[in-house]
Design a protein around this ligand. Structure first.
Ligand code: MV4
Length: 448
């Protein structure tokens, strides 16, 4: 097992990894930018290194600086968290070359499943249901028009190097397809330095359901059930929950088994999430793999009574998975609200500032994963999420009631947050009935 782990991340996920390590008796090394200097979570690490100016491009994305900090600190492994370099296959490869254990998948598995088209091919080989569309990248308009005619409009054009909704556009007829392919390729080249695009039949208003899995280096793979992330705004998740409401047990089991098949076929190791969309008839289709631990992992930890970060560390150290599939039950209902410092009256623009008053909720069934405190200055350089409120209760109705009670206790002054929106979502009749989809928030709750 590692003696020291460097956390190449910041904020609540850095604190989360520090906590996991401490309980395993592993020392921790934090890195921070000038924008995070003095943040209280840094003092919980055994060591902390400044790796550069506030801008992420000058600090948290600087591979050389992170590797140097690791060498100087004597850490044997790096946990990348989520975002930043967590899905950067080159970073994972550099770690390997420097004999530093990257706590995540191999760079080969990351590349194979991080590229949307190769992930789609792997899914097809593993008999995981995929949306009708192109086998590989679109090469010419003529072939694209032919394929589109076969699968029928509307068509979704996607960038193979994209993800999380970036580089997608809908084409509802032939002319939109031709123009859309050209624009999508140009945007993809600009955004990802990879112009590769592919096509899928557009599934209108799907639910977004993802399956957590983890694999060790001895060929064992388990799933830890699913999370429903349909309550989103512009591809930003707002509420995540497990189990997915109104999803038949048989569909859940088939979806989870498909995710395990894909992970095995791709020789994936460590934690990952298989993302599906689900149509109104409960048909599910593979969309992409997120080759990292995700923001919403606590939802799964609560219903399965596991510590996923500790499991990641154990697996990266070469240990066998601590569970067999039959041991992993989905018990009760967990729900997470992301608390973002954003201004709902200004198109949810990030709204940094200093927290002048903070009263955190607590009591039965409440978990808070956050690094903030009274007097904390929320830096403007990074994403706006300042914490997560997660509840776990025997039923979904009870989870909603606890979440509303906790939000009523939650006092945060000095910055605007998404708490008022969260209360509206939790009180919405369709949400309470579990009848929502990925466009619901934008079409209903936020419709002008
Ligand atoms: C789709 C889809 C409908 N049809 N693919 C969004 C980003 C990535 N997670 C995959 N996503 C989707 N892929 C097909 N063939 C719907 C989504 C989707 C979505 C699309 C537009 C706006 C918001 C969305 C939220 C979740 C999923």
């Amino acid at each position: 097992m590692f003696q020291r782990i460097l956390i190449a991340n910041r904020g609540e996920i850095a604190l989360r990894v520090i906590r996991a390590c401490k309980e395993l008796g592993i020392e921790t090394v934090a890195v921070f930018s000038e924008g995070d200097r003095g943040a209280h979570y840094l003092s919980l690490a055994d060591d902390a290194f400044c790796i550069g100016p506030a801008a992420a491009s000058e600090s948290y994305l600087q591979i050389k600086r992170i590797i140097s900090a690791c060498e100087v600190s004597g850490a044997q492994a790096i946990h990348p968290g989520y975002g930043f370099l967590s899905e950067n296959a080159h970073f994972a490869e550099v770690c390997k070359e420097c004999r530093i254990t990257f706590i995540g998948p191999s760079h080969e598995a990351m590349s194979r499943l991080g590229d949307k088209v190769t992930a789609r091919s792997a899914a097809m080989e593993a008999k995981v249901p995929t949306v009708p569309g192109t086998e590989g990248l679109v090469t010419d308009d003529k072939a694209a028009l032919k394929t589109a005619k076969q699968i029928g409009y509307p068509i979704l054009i996607k960038a193979t190097a994209g993800g999380g909704g970036k580089g997608m556009r809908v084409a509802r007829d032939e002319s939109e397809l031709v123009s859309g392919l050209k624009q999508a390729a140009q945007e993809a080249e600009k955004a990802f330095k990879n112009a590769g695009v592919y096509m899928e039949k557009y599934v209108e208003n799907p639910r977004h359901v993802e399956v957590q899995f983890i694999a060790d280096t001895h060929g064992n793979v388990v799933h830890l059930w699913e999370r429903d992330c349909s309550m989103q705004r512009k591809h930003q998740k707002l509420i995540e929950e497990s189990p997915s409401p109104n999803l038949p047990q048989a569909v859940r089991e088939k979806m989870c088994e498909a995710a395990v098949r894909l992970a095995k076929a791709a020789h994936y190791t460590n934690a990952g999430t298989c993302e599906f969309i689900v149509d109104k008839d409960n048909n599910f289709y593979f969309i992409e793999v997120n080759a990292r631990i995700q923001v919403e992992h606590p939802v799964t930890e609560l219903v399965t009574d596991t510590d996923l970060i500790q499991a990641q560390i154990r697996v990266a150290a070469g240990e066998e998975l601590p569970w067999k599939q039959k041991d992993i039950e989905c018990r009760g209902h967990a729900m997470e609200i992301r608390i973002n410092a954003e201004d709902p009256d200004n198109d949810f623009r990030g709204c940094p500032g200093t927290i002048t008053k903070l009263r955190l909720p607590g009591g039965p069934g409440v978990r808070i994963d956050s690094h903030v405190y009274e007097g904390y200055r929320i830096p403007p350089y990074y994403d706006s999420m300042i914490g997560k409120l997660i509840v776990h209760r025997p039923t979904r109705a009870a989870a909603i009631a606890t979440m509303l009670r906790a939000l009523d206790e939650f006092v945060i002054e000095g910055v605007k947050t998404t708490i008022p929106l969260a209360k509206r979502m939790l009180r919405d009749a369709n949400f309470v009935a579990g009848n929502v989809h990925t466009k619901y928030v934008e079409q209903t709750l936020l419709a002008k």
